[in-house]
Design a protein around this ligand. Structure first.
Ligand code: IPE
Ligand code: IPE
Ligand code: MG
Length: 236
């Protein structure tokens, strides 16, 4: 259990490497997603236990629809299972679950479950868990710009009133602090469209571990690495 001081308030995790994990074992990619989803439950609980205030996990990107239909289907099945389980079993946990991304495209049964999970956990006072589903940083910013354009069109806002705070009000993470630390398992050195606006000054920790293998000790290591970083935010 992490005992260090100075916890990041907001942690983001790009849950990557499920497919490679399965391939290494001669299993179908979907088996990697099953293992990854199970690990997500473990890591989210751990983050809540050690006192992280906000956890944002990247579960499905706006680009992941490009994958073979069979894989997308398997992911949607897992998503549904998770939502049903969250409604049934996670009631005692003090975690507030929210979904970020355009969830309007999902099947009605999924949308309904999403709403129920958000509703049933909305008064929880512990960690806020943002699950990024059909999330893309560019899509998020496009959505925000459209909303601002509507405001200008209706006269409720002037173009010169569009500032950073106005843009932030239309992000899916409105009202939340920016991520302090973003962890990317699987060794890839890129954002893959995750929290583009919010990560301007996030500390990235890239780890050469595939997501299903990522343990609570690995999370501790990322936190220890974060503490050593000297964040300047453009200052000196
Ligand atoms: C992350 O693992 C899960 C999703 C993107 C849904 P991947 O499926 O991307 O696994 P790799 O990167 O191919 O190993
Ligand atoms: C990022 O991983 C998305 C999620 C983990 C949900 P990808 O596997 O989609 O990213 P790329 O394709 O390697 O950049
Ligand atoms: Mg990947």
């Amino acid at each position: 259990m992490y005992k260090g001081q100075h916890l990041p308030e907001h942690v983001g995790i790009i849950m990557d490497g499920n497919g490679r994990w399965a391939k290494k074992r001669g299993l179908p990619r979907s088996a990697g997603h099953v293992a990854g989803a199970s690990n997500f439950r473990t890591i989210a609980k751990y983050c809540s236990q050690i006192g992280i205030r906000y956890l944002t996990v990247y579960a499905f990107s706006t680009e992941n629809w490009k994958r073979p239909q069979e894989e997308v289907k398997a992911l949607m099945r897992l998503f549904r299972q998770y939502l049903e389980e969250a409604l049934r079993d996670f009631t005692e946990e003090n975690i507030r679950t929210r979904f970020i991304g355009d969830v309007s495209v999902f099947a009605p049964v999924l949308r309904d479950l999403i709403e129920q999970v958000e509703e049933s956990s909305k008064n929880k006072t512990g960690m806020v868990l943002n699950i990024a589903m059909n999330y893309g940083g560019r899509a998020e910013l496009t959505h925000a710009m459209r909303q601002l354009a509507q405001e200008v069109k209706h006269g409720s806002m002037q173009p010169d009133e569009i500032d950073e705070a106005a843009i932030e009000r239309y992000l899916y993470t409105a009202g939340q602090p920016d991520p302090d630390l973003i962890i990317r398992p699987s060794g890839e050195n890129r954002t893959s469209n995750f929290l583009l606006w919010q990560s301007a000054y996030s500390e990235y920790v890239i780890m050469d571990i595939l997501w299903p293998d990522f343990t609570t000790e690995d999370l501790d290591h990322a936190l220890e690495e974060f503490v050593k970083r000297n964040r300047r935010f453009g200052g000196i």
